[in-house]
Ligand binder design. Structure first.
Ligand code: FAD
Ligand code: NAP
Ligand code: SF4
Length: 680
């Protein structure tokens, strides 16, 4: 018999009337495709690819049972028969690939970004401008009927079950917690009353769909908000849900309005699995672990330790549709790992854009970005093995082109090698590991330590030259910029130049904030941070002894005094990621970083940095000034127009930082590389 390093993860799960082929769940993610009927073909292709990749059970993005449950105006709803046919395209695609799929029923409650919102009480959430209407008793009864009808229609559409979304602060969580449930009738007050809505919904769904249909309930084990539930209440609800007819208990951590991060890269891997393990001792139905589990070894470890029966991973399936198949074949080193950046998934969702993935631009674009075998092989030179060049080279080779990839340095990765030095960005190393393996697999000819010249490219007879040489660091024209106390971010992050205790950072973009976190890191705590250190810093009681599991944070003494400066008058950090920027701002604020906007840089000298701010001259007497003032494109290889017109020239293309340094990030770099290579 073939042995596998992941025997627990790959073991089937027999639910009596149906068997799941393994223990892996692709967790629910709103892709933006489920909201419009004309996108269901694309949605079906997205799920088909994941089912083909071997995942045991897929959960769709949230579908509302009625209009008041919409997250966004006119969001995906299943409340009448006419919608069934669209959903059938999705279920058929998954079943044809041997997979199983649940439809998530999501009622957003007061998180709805639309005027019809309802909740347990009329308390507005801090993350939506719309004040909810408190549901009347009749409204509650109608909501229960809507859930049951939605589940029945899901069954008609061919789904293998439904997931009832009860965590993350959505409607059912709003009823479950005293924070948002101020009712004095039979739906509020004691935990027995507060959980009544969840239980009635599960019972009514079970009555409607019969016993051979999966009902998974996503239960909040750690609310991470004041007025959340205690562990005893969490367990009471779980036991009652089991009694009411739930088949599988999925788990959730943190409301969307919580001020503790739960999924960004800086959250330790599998941070919350031990809570699933505790709950598993209290119930006899399968329990699912979730959040920040992104590689099969982690998942296997959780199952092996008995902390869960199944593992839910969501974003890892945007990053790699074939995660399970690769793990099963013993090729985990080929997995394109989710790095927890949120840049192309959650940041898109919360900006009402279609989700995708920074490391896999095909995600949710399966029918549009196709890596098809080429009819005519071309000789391609890719110059620069940063994210843009790596993406272009490996996709071009995958399509069958003859690709040589050059880099001036002694290893691949470009600026990602610098980014991964930042606390909380350790996962970026996985992307470099993935591309290194992909280079081997696709037969890209890699030439390191070669600073390519244009003459060389012209002499070597390439059909296409892809210039992916990235950027050069910008040196702002400030008097005294050559002073020995001035360092660039590359000096600090890559070359580990010594830095004093008082530091001014010029530039408050993504790299300025990263520099802040790097300089504030207390090196006595190795990276990635251990769970107990992380929990202390953010004020999390992992025992959930307090309501919501919150305790006062115990931040360590700041190791440096930092000033973070920008010329713009806007709030520093306003341009950071929608779903992760607040984490970076919170870390710097907690460490007493002085953030100044509207700064004019006058000069740098032995005394420090002289600035003018608000019309007033100031001296920041710092030991070092670190420049994080953006970049300019590095395009020395591009031919002039005359040269390009000359006969026999290869076609030259620019991607990533070489094409445009402004607003550059790895999301754009990787996407541009893949799109260009796919159409060569
Ligand atoms: P680069 O990564 O700059 O790669 C260019 C490559 O070309 C280099 O390897 C270089 O050696 C090579 N090269 C140059 N000239 C030649 C030549 N003549 N011959 C051969 N080789 C040559 N982005 C995000 O999206 N999210 C983040 O969280 C994030 N954090 C960051 C944190 C830090 C500290 C830094 C520095 C960057 C961060 N970025 C982040 C930005 C991201 O790394 C860049 O946008 C991305 O690397 C740009 O990719 P690129 O391929 O265009 O260029
Ligand atoms: P950036 O975001 O463009 O920020 C550059 C900073 O330098 C700004 O604060 C700018 O503010 C300042 N600046 C620009 N020109 C200057 C000049 N001549 N003199 C003084 N200050 C100047 O660039 P970055 O921080 O270098 O980041 C590079 C790219 O990497 C970004 O586009 C970003 O998307 C990506 N990145 C992303 C993340 C992430 O977490 N998503 C993290 C790091 C990096 P003022 O002009 O107001 O002074
Ligand atoms: Fe993961 Fe980032 Fe891709 Fe989202 S965009 S799935 S967080 S790698």
């Amino acid at each position: 018999m073939k042995t596998t390093p992941y025997p627990h993860l790959l073991a089937p799960l027999d639910l009596g009337y149906t068997t799941l082929r393994n223990r892996v769940i692709m967790g629910s993610m709103h892709t933006g495709l489920e909201d419009r009927f004309y996108n269901y073909g694309k949605l079906a292709a997205f799920y088909r690819e994941r089912a083909r990749g071997g995942v045991g059970l897929i959960v769709t993005g949230g579908i509302s049972p009625n209009r008041s449950g919409w997250l966004l105006p006119f969001g995906g709803t299943l409340n009448f028969k006419g919608d069934v046919a669209n959903h059938r395209r999705v279920t058929s695609a998954v079943h044809e690939e041997g997979g199983k799929i649940l439809m998530q029923i999501l009622h957003a409650g007061r998180y709805g970004y639309q005027p019809l919102v309802v909740s347990a009480s009329d308390k507005k959430s801090p993350i939506s401008p719309f004040k909810p209407r408190a549901l009347s008793e009749a409204g509650i009864e109608q909501t229960i009927r809507d859930y049951a009808r939605c589940a029945k229609l899901a069954r008609d559409a061919g789904y293998d079950g439904v997931e009832v979304m009860g965590s993350e602060g959505y409607l059912l969580n709003q009823f479950l917690c005293a924070r948002t449930n101020l009712r004095t009738d039979q739906w509020g007050g004691s935990i027995e009353n507060r959980m009544r809505l969840s239980l009635e919904i599960v019972k009514r769904i079970r009555a409607e769909v019969g016993n051979d249909f999966i009902i998974m309930y996503r239960h909040s084990l750690l609310d991470l908000v004041e007025g959340g539930n205690t562990w005893d209440e969490v367990v009471t609800v779980a036991k009652a849900l089991q009694q009411a007819g739930v088949t599988i208990l999925n788990t959730g951590y943190g409301w969307h309005e919580a001020r503790v991060p739960t999924i960004v890269t800086s959250v330790p891997r599998a941070a919350f699995a031990s809570l699933a393990g505790r709950l598993r001792l209290e119930v006899s139905i399968p329990v699912v672990a979730s959040n920040r589990i992104n590689m099969p070894a982690e998942a296997e470890g959780i199952l092996q330790r008995g902390e869960a029966d199944m593992i839910s991973m969501a974003r890892p399936f945007l990053a790699d549709a074939h995660f399970v198949a690769k793990a099963a074949a013993g090729r985990a080193d080929e997995i394109n790992t989710c790095i927890g950046c949120n840049q192309a998934c959650l940041d898109h969702t919360f900006s009402n854009k279609r989700a995708s993935c920074l490391v896999n631009p095909r995600a949710c674009h399966e029918t549009e970005l196709v890596y098809a075998p080429t009819m005519k092989q071309r000789r391609v030179a890719v110059v620069g093995a940063g994210p843009a060049g790596l993406s272009a080279a490996t996709v071009a080779a995958e399509c069958g082109h003859d690709v040589t990839l050059f880099d001036a340095s002694d290893s691949i990765g470009g600026q990602f090698k610098i980014a991964m030095q930042v606390p909380g960005k350790e996962e970026f190393a996985e992307t470099i590991r993935y591309f290194a393996r992909k280079i081997d697999l696709t037969g890209v000819k890699l030439q390191l330590n070669v600073r390519v010249t244009r003459a060389q490219l012209l002499a070597d007879g390439y059909d296409d030259v892809i210039v992916a040489t990235g950027i050069k660091v910008r040196k702002p024209p400030i008097e005294g910029i050559g002073h020995p106390k001035v360092l660039s971010y590359v000096d600090v992050l890559r070359d580990k130049a010594p830095v004093g205790k008082r530091v001014a950072i010029i530039g408050a973009g993504g790299i300025g904030f990263d520099m802040g976190e790097f300089l504030l890191h207390d090196t006595r705590h190795p990276l990635p941070l251990a769970l107990d250190v992380w929990a202390r810093e953010w004020g999390v009681d992992m025992q959930v002894g307090t309501p919501g599991g919150l305790v006062p944070p115990e931040p360590a003494e700041p190791v440096r005094q930092l000033y973070l400066l920008q010329r713009k008058t806007s709030r520093p950090g306003a341009g950071l990621g929608k779903t992760s920027g607040w984490v970076h701002r919170a870390v710097l604020a907690r460490n007493g970083v002085v953030m100044l906007a509207g700064v004019q840089y006058d000069r740098i000298d032995d005394q420090g940095l002289h600035i003018t701010v608000g019309g007033e001259q100031r001296l920041l007497s710092v030991d070092n000034v670190v420049i994080c003032a953006g970049q300019d494109s590095l395009v020395e290889l591009m031919p002039s127009e005359e040269e390009a017109k000359a006969a026999g020239m290869p076609r030259f293309h620019k991607i990533g930082g070489a094409a445009l340094a402004a607003e550059l990030d790895a999301k754009r770099a990787i996407k541009e590389g893949a799109e260009l290579a796919a159409r060569l």
